[in-house]
Design a protein around this ligand. Structure first.
Ligand code: AP5
Ligand code: MG
Length: 213
């Protein structure tokens, strides 16, 4: 099963993608997590990506597309994968469609997790992220067992550099301008499904599972 998670920053794409990945045993591919890991490890890619990310802008398509195309060719993706944060622009979506067409394949579902902008800023200021394993928490709705420490791997949790309220607003603007058109793009391909992302996360997941089954 090949799935795309669509939705605004903070809609819960990552939260849901992790659960889909574990239930259906397919890799979770988050371009944001890949970039953050590269920044943390000081790689060339990380150095290039950081400037864009900290401003709430998108990393250029040419740095993003090859990375994903290489990843989905790997052996563990042969039964499918869940893409989180990619594609994010029409050129990225076209590159993905073309790469899959070449091998006679196509995406199965594009799941749009719908959350209005008003809810997003609050969620983001409470989010804490583990840059080591990609786990996410929320200081009110899903706190870690020990404050500031990841339950999974014991690393320190951080407020992402791009989760400051002014950067979140910029990310929302970028989302509406460059990513929201993908809703139409996948609707036209006949694979778009929308779920209400404002309900508790267990309910969001149940709604997604009902679609995938
Ligand atoms: P990325 O890491 O993808 O960030 P994003 O799209 O802005 O989305 P987030 O990760 O912030 O939110 P999410 O939807 O995953 O929500 P989460 O599950 O954490 O990208 C970061 C940056 O990298 C981009 O700005 C860009 O610069 C660059 N980049 C990445 N991909 C790129 C690409 N393809 N092209 C170009 N540039 C790219 O949930 C958020 C919070 O809400 C959490 O605290 C969570 O616990 C809580 N929550 C989740 N669900 C619920 C619920 N149902 N109810 C209440 N709280 C909830
Ligand atoms: Mg995420």
């Amino acid at each position: 099963m090949k799935i795309i998670m669509l939705g605004a920053p903070g809609a819960g794409k990552g939260t849901q993608a992790k659960q889909i990945s574990s239930k259906y045993d397919i890799p979770h591919i988050s371009t944001g997590d890949i970039f953050r890991a590269n920044i943390k490890n000081g790689t060339e890619l990380g150095k290039k990506a950081k400037g864009y990310m900290d401003k709430g802008a998108l990393v250029p398509d040419e740095l993003t597309c090859d990375l994903v195309m290489d990843r989905i060719k790997q052996e563990d993706c042969k039964n499918g994968f869940v893409l989180d944060g990619f594609p994010r622009t029409i050129p990225q979506a076209e590159a993905l469609t073309a790469a899959l067409e070449k091998i006679g394949e196509k995406m199965d579902f594009a799941i749009n997790v719908d959350v209005p902008d008003e809810n997003i800023v609050n969620r983001m200021s409470g989010r804490r992220a583990c840059l080591e394993c990609g786990a996410t928490y929320h200081i009110v709705s899903i706190p870690p067992k020990k404050e500031g420490i990841c339950d999974n791997c014991g690393s320190e949790l951080v407020l992402r550099d791009d989760d400051k309220p002014e950067t979140v607003q910029k990310r929302l603007d970028v989302y509406h301008e460059q990513t929201q058109p993908l809703i139409d793009y996948y609707d036209k391909q006949g694979i778009l499904k929308t779920v209400d992302g404002t309900v508790p996360m267990e309910q969001v997941f149940a709604d997604i599972v009902a679609i995938l089954q």
